[in-house]
Write a protein that binds this ligand. Structure first.
Ligand SMILES: NC(=O)c1ccc[n+]([C@@H]2O[C@H](COP(=O)([O-])OP(=O)(O)OC[C@H]3O[C@@H](n4cnc5c(N)ncnc54)[C@H](O)[C@@H]3O)[C@@H](O)[C@H]2O)c1
Length: 309
């Protein structure tokens, strides 16, 4: 299928919403975006244009994105609607109840929730059969993966059509067969994160060392060789021997790390407050983001391959 002439509605114009809108605009779709914040809506085209400048894409593509001031204006006549509002289940449920009333009967209603079970968002909703999860990764226009998650009542045709639309937009969708909190990607990511913060609480190393170990160690090869392929490469006998010895020593907490809780209670929230596990000077966060974008653009197969029409 082609994304040309596809009409897409985006609900939420923040970090993820503006980037997802950008993906569909570049692929040739007509995109309408709603956000209750006048600042988010007012700066939408500027933020996308600044991404286009950095990526060397034609600025006039931004005209495919129309900021609108109501949810119904964003989604009326759209075939695909993607909700990218804050990670709050009550808010998301309210948005999907509204979407059921102002969308075409066959429109796909997708949530970009990071970890919330799609079934919890869709429970008792009038349009439950067309609600699906599409979990994108930041920045959505550079990271290819989108996890697609149906819940118990999602029509299988909805999952299939969502996968087709995402492929046509240049993304790499994967179907997550069970609707579990965190899906696949965030379970893997947060399993590592839990261990990293436990190592810091135990005083095994400093925060900079954790990042160096990941970036210069196994992280350096992850985009080329995933963990399963690597287990096969090193041999499953070695993998089994390592797991037999190591797994009892790994952190298995079901609560956030003590050091994380303490920092949050002190207002040390990371880059936005100037201190988290690391100290952040002005400009450091932008430099880190620039480094991430440059790396993603360099990495083989990580740049989306479609060309602007
Ligand atoms: N940030 C990430 O790396 C990332 C990655 C994958 C998924 N997600 C998920 O995507 C969603 C959005 O995250 P984000 O990082 O873009 O957040 P964000 O805070 O940058 O953007 C959220 C936007 O939603 C708007 N909003 C608030 N109430 C709304 C409403 N009732 N209707 C529509 N919009 C509303 C806000 O004004 C804001 O502009 C969350 O569910 C998040 O968990 C985030």
């Amino acid at each position: 299928m082609s994304v040309q002439r596809l009409s897409v509605g985006i609900v939420g114009a923040g970090l993820m919403g503006h980037g997802i809108a950008q993906v569909f605009a570049v692929a040739g779709a007509k995109v309408r975006v709603f956000d209750p914040s006048p600042e988010a809506l007012g700066s939408l085209r500027l933020r996308v244009a600044s991404n286009f400048l950095a990526l060397g894409l034609p600025l006039d593509l931004v005209e495919a994105i129309e900021p609108v001031d109501s949810i119904s204006a964003a989604v009326a006549s759209a075939s695909l609607i993607i909700e990218a509002a804050p990670e709050d289940i009550a808010l998301k449920r309210k948005i999907f109840a509204e979407l059921a009333e102002c969308t075409d009967a066959d429109a796909i209603l997708a949530s970009n929730t990071s970890v919330i079970s799609i079934g919890e968002i869709a429970a008792d909703q009038a349009a439950a059969n067309r609600i699906v999860g599409t979990h994108w990764w930041n920045p959505p226009y550079l990271v290819p993966l989108v996890e697609v998650i149906g819940h118990g009542a999602t029509d299988q045709g909805v999952v299939a059509r969502t996968m087709t639309m995402l492929t046509a937009a240049g993304k790499t969708p994967v179907h997550v067969r069970r609707d579990i909190p965190g899906f696949v990607g965030n379970r893997l990511q947060h399993a590592m994160w839990r261990e990293a913060l436990a190592l810091l609480d135990a005083g095994v190393c400093d925060p900079e060392t954790i990042d160096t170990v990941v970036r210069s160690g196994f992280g350096a090869r992850l985009a080329a060789i995933g963990p399963i392929e690597n287990a096969d490469l090193v041999g499953l006998d070695l993998t089994e021997a390592i797991h037999s010895y190591l797994l009892p020593h790994l952190d298995a907490s079901t609560e956030p790390a003590a050091g994380l809780r303490e920092r949050v209670s002190r207002g040390e929230l990371g880059a936005k407050s100037g201190r988290g596990y690391l100290d952040w000077e002005e400009g450091d966060a932008d430099a880190a983001r620039d480094r991430m974008v440059a790396q993603l653009r360099r990495a083989e197969n990580l740049l989306t391959t479609w060309k602007p029409s």
